[in-house]
Design a protein around this ligand. Structure first.
Ligand SMILES: [Zn+2]
Length: 413
């Protein structure tokens, strides 16, 4: 049976909250005034469990979280010994869209340029061919930049900044949205969330309530319904294009181009002619590869590769798995069709380390958070994968059976 990649999120590595509630503590702190000696261990474990869960909730959801994250990141980055103690392995960073103007607390053109100056000053920015291995103490840690999805703003906003500072980067591109009026499925959901102004619409006999208080939940519900459709992703796109509100009816034409369209073939070709930049595969339609049947997964990868190679007129040897969703069969397929490098988020299967290079997503403008991530991100992620804290506390609080049952599902595989 194919082994599937699995990620265990860490509060500092996680993208901004999607608005979904985090799991509540299963065992709230018991308010007792008398604690007898035999119960003390259980009580302490429950208390620790509660503290961990509530701290995580505070870090990821509350307003104070930004301040706390900033302080922790600053401490982790600037503490005098961090340069000596932090791992010296190369780091691959993953950016998504870089809008011209600010969109909430996301990285925009200005903050991205500050990122580039900061990275150039403190680390060695390298191309895919110069990533190499572990550095000696005293030399700069190597950092490679990658951009996923192939949005037009990568060519029009990010690439000019990279060129200005002579910084190499790799762009992983889904070809679907290189064509007019074609959008990736999650881009469509983002458009609905940001721009749809009506009360709602009917879908599959169900009213999709888009009133402000319900909107986030409705988008989550619609996402679940769409991803469930089979065959994936063909039926999902069919429904989006035939049964749901058309983007042209609720998004301005300038936003459609600037924020949601993909790079055109001409823009991809132009990027590829610059020796600083390389182009990689990100599938045709950005599906969950493990939800596709094998023939479709094959088509998504191979046809995207062929399309890109025709555009850039040279071989494409790197792939980034959409949504970091892959399994050992996908890795075998990638190896068989000639990929020599694969980029994920976590290295989860260990089937083929060259095809499972971990990356760190960058979502915040903060330079401290960026520096902290480059120094400690991979180590924290590995730690999170090997040591699932919740399972540990489950064991600590005495439910050994449940803890052991959880560990193989949530730990490193
Ligand atoms: Zn992607």
């Amino acid at each position: 049976m194919a082994q599937k990649a699995h990620s265990v999120p860490c509060a500092f590595l996680r993208p901004p909250s999607t608005g979904q509630p985090l799991p509540e503590a299963q065992l709230p702190v018991t308010k007792t005034t008398t604690v007898t000696a035999p119960d003390l261990g259980v009580f302490t474990a429950r208390l620790l469990d509660e503290i961990v869960l509530r701290t995580e909730k505070m870090i990821t959801r509350s307003r104070q979280s930004e301040m706390l994250r900033e302080w922790t990141a600053a401490l982790g980055y600037h503490f005098p010994l961090t340069r000596l103690l932090a791992p010296r392995n190369p780091v691959v960073l993953m950016y998504h869209g870089i809008p011209r103007q600010s969109e909430g607390s996301a990285v925009n053109a200005d903050s991205f340029e500050r990122h580039i100056c900061f990275l150039k000053k403190n680390f060695a920015l390298v191309s895919v061919d110069d990533l190499g291995g572990r550095e000696r103490i005293g030399s700069r840690v190597r950092v490679m930049l990658t951009f996923d999805d192939g949005f037009r703003k990568h060519a029009e906003v990010a690439a000019p900044i990279l060129r200005r500072h002579s910084v190499p980067a790799c762009f992983f591109i889904s070809s679907r949205h290189a064509y007019p009026r074609k959008y990736l499925w999650f881009t469509y959901l983002r458009m609905l969330e940001k721009h749809f102004k009506g009360n709602g619409f009917m879908f599959d006999g169900e009213f999709m309530d888009m009133s402000v208080p319900r909107q986030r939940l409705t988008i989550d519900r619609l996402t679940t319904l769409l991803v469930r459709l089979r065959p994936h992703p063909e039926r999902m796109y069919q429904v989006i294009e035939e049964d749901l509100p058309r983007p042209e009816d609720f998004v301005s034409s300038s936003d459609l181009i600037d924020r949601y369209a993909g790079m055109t073939a001409e823009q991809i070709e132009e990027l590829s002619t610059n020796p600083l930049f390389s182009i990689g595969v990100h599938t045709l339609d950005h599906p969950f590869l493990t939800k596709c049947d094998r023939a479709e997964a094959n088509r998504q990868i191979v046809e995207n590769k062929t399309w890109l190679e025709n555009v850039i007129r040279r071989p494409c040897g790197a792939i980034a798995y959409p949504l970091a969703d892959y399994d050992s069969e996908i890795l075998k397929l990638c190896r068989s069709v000639g990929f020599c490098r694969g980029y994920s988020v976590n290295r989860s299967i260990d089937y083929d380390p060259e095809l499972e290079r971990p990356r760190l997503g960058i979502y915040y403008p903060s330079l401290n958070a960026l520096g902290f991530k480059v120094r400690w991100g991979n180590l924290l992620r590995e730690f999170g994968q090997y040591m699932n804290l919740r399972s540990l506390f489950t064991v600590l609080r005495g439910d050994l059976k449940q803890g052991l049952r959880d560990l193989p599902q949530t730990g490193h595989r």
